[in-house]
Design a protein around this ligand. Structure first.
Ligand code: GTP
Ligand code: MG
Length: 150
């Protein structure tokens, strides 16, 4: 089953939005398979955002992500990678649609509350970067037949 990596960034944790984010993903019908709060090391932040290392905002992005605890999670479900990106909304919260997490709660691109993997391959490498296998639980919720038609 498809998995994605979702992280509530330090601003989302400080603003008490961890429960809101988890609730939105749970209510959609996705399954939580891993969850932890941690303060991110510079090394982990730089690996996670390595694709942006030549961008002008890279230094401030790494400083921000390492500035306080984040809540890292792994979610499972059909089409979860693209669907979670839709629930999260556009990178800039001012242009993100109302009804999305960034559209409902954010104002600034550098304080956009949440990260979600942008493709299936990225999701696989991000899950492996952030979680050990033993930290993930594969399970099938008993409500599955009420969410999926076979
Ligand atoms: P993530 O889920 O965090 O990866 O966001 P994204 O996939 O919507 O955007 P992208 O990967 O392009 O950028 C990563 C992060 O860098 C964004 O979430 C922003 O916090 C930050 N960022 C991107 N573009 C800018 C920018 O132009 N200025 C600033 N200050 N930050 C930016
Ligand atoms: Mg991204």
């Amino acid at each position: 089953m498809e998995r994605t990596f979702i992280m509530v960034k330090p601003d989302g944790v400080q603003r008490g939005l961890v429960g809101e984010v988890i609730q939105r993903l749970e209510c959609k019908g996705f399954t939580l398979v891993g969850l932890k709060q941690l303060t991110v090391s510079r090394e982990l932040a730089e690996s996670h955002y390595a694709v942006h290392k030549e961008r002008p905002f890279f230094k401030s992005l790494v400083e921000f992500i390492t500035s306080g605890p984040v809540v890292a999670s792994v979610w499972e479900g059909d089409g979860v990678v693209a669907s979670a990106r839709k629930l999260i909304g556009a990178t800039n919260p001012l242009t993100a649609e109302p009804g999305t997490i960034r559209g409902d709660f954010g104002v600034s691109i550098g304080r956009n509350l949440i990260h979600g993997s942008d493709a299936i391959e990225t999701a696989q490498s991000e899950v492996a970067l952030w979680f050990e296998d033993g930290e993930l639980s594969s399970w099938k919720p008993s409500i599955t037949p009420w969410i999926y038609e076979d």
